[in-house]
Design a protein around this ligand. Structure first.
Ligand code: PLP
Length: 421
C-alpha cells in the first residue's frame, strides 16, 4: 500500500494534489511520500522483532539527504557503497555506528573516511580488500570491525543485471573458501571479525533463494564459531522485491521474509541486520511528467513526454515495467487509448512502454510513473543537457523541494574552457 491515491478525481501524494506540485516545481519531478517510507521501514522492524536487529536502508536506491534524515530519525541504519553515500548518511545526522559499508571496490580513502568518521562494520568482499583495510586501520591506530560477504552460489531468479549471488558474479568470497579467509582475517592486526554478510540480488519475488542462502550462512556460522571466531552479527542483505503492477504480482511480504529469517538463523543468537532498499523506497515515489505531444504514427500513437531515459533509466536498462497513470482520474467508462510512451532523447532506447493502454491523453496533461522511488532519481543524469530532475517530499499536507532543478547557468558553469584553447 502507498499514499498515492485519487481524491476528488485527481491524484494526490498524501494530502497534496500532484497538480499543485507540478504548478510550483514544473515537470518532470520525483515526489516521495513520507508516510509510505515510514510504513515500509516499520514493516521490516516489525517482521524482525523480537530478534535484536537493525534495518539498514540501502542508500543507493534513494539517497536524498532529506529522505535519509526521515529514516535515520526513525532509528534506521544505512548501507552505503561509496564515500559519497557515507557523507550523505552523516549529513543526514546518522551516527557512524549505524552505517555499514558494502561494495567490491572500496578505496583506501573511503576506508579512512569511514574509520575516522565512525562505522558499524565493513562488509569485506575480497582478500586484497581485507589486507588494504587492515593496513589503513593499523596506520590510524584503529581496528576495523568486519563481516565477510560470502557468495552462496544460489540463483536469485531475478534480472541478470541485478543477480549477485551466483559464483560467476563479482561479489563476495565463494562460501567454500570462507573458513580459510576468516582464518586469515583473524591473523590481521587491524581487523576485528564480528559477523557474516550475504546479499544475493535485487527484486527477488520468491523466498526460496533467500532460504537457500540463509541456511548456508547458518551452517557457516556454526563452523566459524567452532573455528574460534566470535560471530555475533549476521548481515542478510537486501533484495526483497516489490509489485510493479497493481494487478498480477504478489511478491512475498516482509512479515513472511521475517519469519524465514527467524526459521533459518533465528536460533544462532546473532544480531540480525538487513539492507532493504527497493522495498522501502520503490513504491514511496512517483515520477511526474507532462505530455509534450501526442503523435500519430503508422499503426501506433506515441505519447511524447518531457521525462526521458536520463530521468528514469530502468525501462531501458532493465526492461523494467512502470505503471503509468494520468494525474486526472479518467471517468469510469473511459476507453483506454494505446500508446508507445517515449521521451525526447535521441535514442530508440528512450522508450518507457510499448503499446501501453492509458486513458486518452492530450498535450499538457500530467502523467505519473508509479513505483519510481527506488533506482529512479539516483540513476538520473543530464544526458542531452537535460537538467537533473528535481525531488519533492510530501508529508501530510506539506510538500518541499528537497533537490532543486539546476539552472542552465549552473550546468554550463561546471564546464571550463582551458586558457590555451
Ligand atoms: C543494492 C544492494 C542492496 C539493496 O537492494 P534492494 O534490492 O534495493 O533491496 C542491499 N545490499 C547490497 C550490498 C546491495 O548491493
Amino acid at each position: 500500500m502507498d499514499h498515492f491515491l485519487y481524491k476528488n478525481g485527481t491524484l494526490h501524494a498524501e494530502d497534496v494534489p500532484i497538480s499543485e506540485i507540478a504548478a510550483e516545481v514544473g515537470t518532470p519531478f520525483y515526489v516521495y511520500s513520507a508516510a509510505t517510507l515510514t510504513r515500509h521501514y516499520h514493516l521490516f522492524t516489525e517482521a524482525l522483532s523480537p530478534l535484536p536487529h537493525m534495518v539498514c536502508f540501502a542508500i543507493k536506491s534513494l539517497s536524498n539527504v532529506a529522505v535519509l534524515k526521515l529514516l535515520g530519525d526513525l532509528g534506521a541504519g544505512m548501507d552505503v557503497v561509496s564515500g559519497g553515500e557515507y557523507r550523505r548518511a552523516r549529513a543526514a545526522g546518522v551516527p557512524g555506528n549505524r552505517i555499514v559499508f558494502s561494495g567490491v571496490g572500496k578505496t583506501r580513502d573511503e576506508m579512512r573516511l569511514a574509520l575516522t568518521g565512525g562505522i558499524r562494520q565493513f562488509n569485506v568482499e575480497s582478500e586484497p580488500e581485507l589486507h588494504a583495510l587492515s593496513e589503513v586501520a593499523t596506520s590510524l591506530g584503529l581496528t576495523a570491525p568486519i563481516t565477510i560477504r560470502v557468495n552462496p552460489d544460489v540463483d536469485a531468479k531475478t534480472h541478470a543485471k541485478i543477480a549477485t549471488g551466483k559464483s560467476e558474479n563479482k561479489f563476495g568470497i565463494p562460501i567454500a573458501r570462507a573458513r580459510e579467509v576468516y582464518a586469515e582475517a583473524a591473523r590481521l592486526p587491524g581487523i576485528e571479525v564480528i559477523g557474516v554478510d550475504v546479499h544475493i540480488g535485487s527484486q527477488l519475488t520468491d523466498l526460496a533463494p533467500f532460504e537457500q542462502a540463509y541456511l548456508k550462512v547458518a551452517d557457516l556460522t556454526r563452523q566459524l564459531r567452532a573455528d574460534g571466531h566470535d560471530i555475533r552479527r549476521l548481515d542478510l542483505g537486501g533484495g526483497l522485491g516489490i509489485p510493479y503492477t497493481r494487478s498480477n504480482e504478489a511478491p512475498p511480504l516482509p512479515l513472511d521474509y521475517g519469519a524465514l529469517i527467524k526459521r533459518t538463523v533465528g536460533d544462532l543468537g546473532c544480531e540480525i541486520e538487513i539492507e532493504p532498499g527497493r522495498l522501502i523506497s520503490g513504491n514511496a515515489g512517483l515520477l511526474v511528467a507532462s505530455v509534450v505531444y501526442v503523435k500519430n504514427g503508422e499503426g501506433r500513437d506515441f505519447l511524447i513526454l518531457d521525462a526521458a531515459m536520463n530521468d528514469l533509466v530502468r525501462p531501458s536498462m532493465y526492461d523494467a515495467h512502470h505503471d503509468i497513470v494520468p494525474v486526472v482520474e479518467p471517468a469510469a467508462a473511459t476507453e483506454a487509448a494505446v500508446y508507445d510512451v517515449v521521451g525526447p532523447v535521441c535514442e530508440t532506447g528512450d522508450t518507457f512502454a510499448k503499446a501501453r493502454p492509458v486513458a486518452p491523453m492530450h498535450e499538457g496533461d500530467l502523467v505519473a510513473f508509479r513505483s519510481a522511488g527506488a533506482y529512479g532519481a539516483v540513476m538520473a543524469s543530464e544526458y542531452n543537457t537535460r537538467p537533473l530532475v528535481p525531488e519533492v517530499l510530501v508529508k501530510g499536507d506539506h510538500f518541499a523541494v528537497i533537490r532543486q532543478r539546476p539552472t542552465f547557468d549552473e550546468i554550463l558553469n561546471r564546464d571550463t574552457i582551458p586558457e590555451w584553447l
